[in-house]
Design a protein around this ligand. Sequence first.
Ligand code: ATP
Ligand code: MG
Length: 140
Amino acid sequence: ESIKIQVNGLTELDLAARKILDLAAHAHIFIFEGDMGAGKTTLIKSLAKVMGVTEVVSSPTFSIVNEYDAKGKPIYHFDFYRIKNIQEAYDIGYEEYFYSGNTCFIEWPEKIEGLIPEHYIKISIETLAENERLLSISKI
Ligand code: ATP
Ligand code: MG
């Protein structure tokens, strides 16, 4: 069962991020599904901002993971799009991050199937129109 939030433009994204964090309660693993350009990184920016991150949030390009500071607590932002094999996830020491108890935002979890912890929040993003997205949030 999933909760749906329709986002009609970027100005509504912070409110959606707040709702997601309320729904997520104590979860710390968040996976993001959706096509290229669906808005995974853009939503993660809003989530990080709502959690108190003041640094610039952008998709990790040269690395797989970026770390931000949210009021003294780390947030890890992963983008597995470019990994060629699962070994690259082992090489960065993914377990240290995933089982740290700190918030992990994971783009392209499909690329590391089998490595995602047992419990997580799944956010699927569907593009309805140029500026409209349908977010489906489920607790797994
Ligand atoms: P990739 O798979 O390449 O990492 P992505 O899913 O992370 O892609 P973004 O990089 O976040 O996608 O790009 C989403 C684009 O859609 C941005 O240009 C953003 O401004 C735009 N956009 C428009 N409306 C929305 C909306 N309601 N929510 C999120 N993004 C939106
Ligand atoms: Mg992205």
